[in-house]
Design a protein around this ligand. Structure first.
Ligand code: NAD
Ligand code: UDP
Ligand code: UDP
Length: 343
């Protein structure tokens, strides 16, 4: 069974129907908040390719028009420059709610704005979903586990989060967004989905967003030293963006609320990551140690058993195979070939 909604031409809700798999599925009207950003723009590509109509709602804080420019002539694509902290009226079937800066450098830049985006922005998108009867998917984060005391992290783990730290605007903001999502589900019978996304990389990441993969790749290409924070023994698990987009779509179309961890269980220390970057770009790239940032989680690795079992999803692209695809895009953007990147 595959989800589909039938609507009147004017956009009013007729009924939410389920279409048996195999029957031709009508294009949906889908909102992607944050659709001009890194992950959102790849999701938009996939939704348009399968025949949906897509409205991107984005204030372009960290997103770029260039990420969606190639859809300019497509009548099924529309972009609205709008801040989700303000209410908005739209008629749609599904809402992928991604709007929120994701890099620590960006979300710490204006923490009050970050928490408003997570709380008021999510509230508005849930209010919109409730009014039109749309299905709502929240992109939460592995940061809800904080500096985890359980390893790897399972969805049932409640986390170890500092409520008053410099990361709290993001991790506590996302925890509240999850709470709101579940309260609308229970209280207003809204159809919701929650994804907890682990570190993701790929083409179209902001070049200077301060995240570790974008930093190392840009540094190696520019012949600058790779900046390893702390002792470099902290770990992360890196997922290629197309795997994430596949997981988000399976989650939206499936029957389970979640939360679901969406990440690649391949775990690397930052020093190991630096080695993969050296092997891929420049074996002579030097490493420079810098002081670490406050509240940095020591380790992070998803347990993805739940997504494997209930969504039939698991990542396919290893760091070794995914990194060169991102490097090509960064090379083009850093050295002047402004051609937009594909997947
Ligand atoms: P990104 O910064 O590239 O994209 C975020 C987008 O949201 C940008 O286009 C930005 O302009 C837009 N935005 C921010 N605040 C907004 C507001 N108030 N109103 C409207 N638009 C706004 O980041 P991304 O990596 O593509 O992340 C997308 C989502 O996935 C975020 O919600 C993030 O928390 C989540 N996530 C990402 C990762 C990752 O590793 N990339 C990990 C965990 C969670
Ligand atoms: N909202 C919105 N678009 C809509 C419907 C609601 O932006 O189409 C906003 C609305 O302004 C409110 C929030 O979503 O701030 C929550 O809406 P809800 O109807 O759940 O709550 P209420 O308005 O009753 O407080
Ligand atoms: N990091 C690093 N060098 C950099 C940027 C980040 O060593 O140039 C480290 C950072 O301290 C953290 C890890 O890389 O331990 C991941 O950081 P990132 O900002 O990419 O994402 P996070 O998982 O912390 O949100």
């Amino acid at each position: 069974w595959q989800y589909s909604s039938s609507r009147t031409l004017e956009g009013g809700v007729r009924s939410a129907a389920r279409v048996p798999l195999g029957l031709k599925r009508k294009g949906l009207r889908v909102v992607v908040t944050g659709g001009a950003g890194f992950v959102g723009s790849h999701l938009v590509d996939r939704l348009l390719a399968r025949g949906d109509s897509v409205i991107v709602v984005d204030n372009l804080f960290t997103g770029r028009k260039e990420n969606v420019l190639h859809h300019g002539g497509n009548p099924r694509f529309e972009m609205i420059r709008h801040d989700v902290v303000e209410p908005i009226l739209l008629e749609v079937d599904q809402i992928y709610h991604l709007a929120c800066p994701a890099s620590p450098v960006h979300y710490k830049h204006n923490p009050v704005k970050t928490i408003k985006t997570n709380v008021v922005g999510t509230l508005n998108m849930l209010g919109l979903a409730k009014r039109v009867g749309a299905r709502f998917l929240l992109t939460s984060t592995s940061e809800v586990y904080g500096d985890p005391l359980q390893h790897p992290q399972v969805e049932t783990y409640w986390g170890n989060v500092n409520p008053i730290g410099v990361r709290s605007c993001y991790d506590e903001g996302k925890r509240t967004a999850e709470t709101l999502t579940m309260d609308y589900h229970r209280g207003a019978n809204l159809e919701v989905r929650i994804a907890r996304i682990f570190n993701t990389y790929g083409p179209r990441m902001c070049i200077d967003d301060g995240r570790v993969v974008s930093n190392f790749v840009a540094q190696a290409l520019r012949k600058e030293p790779l900046t390893v924070y702390g002792d470099g023994k902290q770990t992360r698990s890196f997922q290629y963006v197309s795997d994430l987009v596949e997981g988000l779509m399976k989650l939206m179309e499936g029957d389970h609320v979640g939360p679901f961890n969406l990440g690649n269980p391949g775990e690397f220390t930052m020093l190991e990551l630096a080695k993969v970057v050296q092997d891929t770009i420049d074996p002579n790239a030097r490493i420079e140690f810098r002081p670490n940032t406050a509240d940095d989680p020591h380790k992070r690795k998803p347990d993805i058993s739940r997504a494997k079992e209930l969504l039939g999803w698991e990542p396919k692209i290893s760091l070794k195979n995914g990194l060169p695809l991102m490097v090509q895009d960064f090379r083009n953007r850093i050295f002047g070939d402004q051609k937009d990147a594909g997947d």
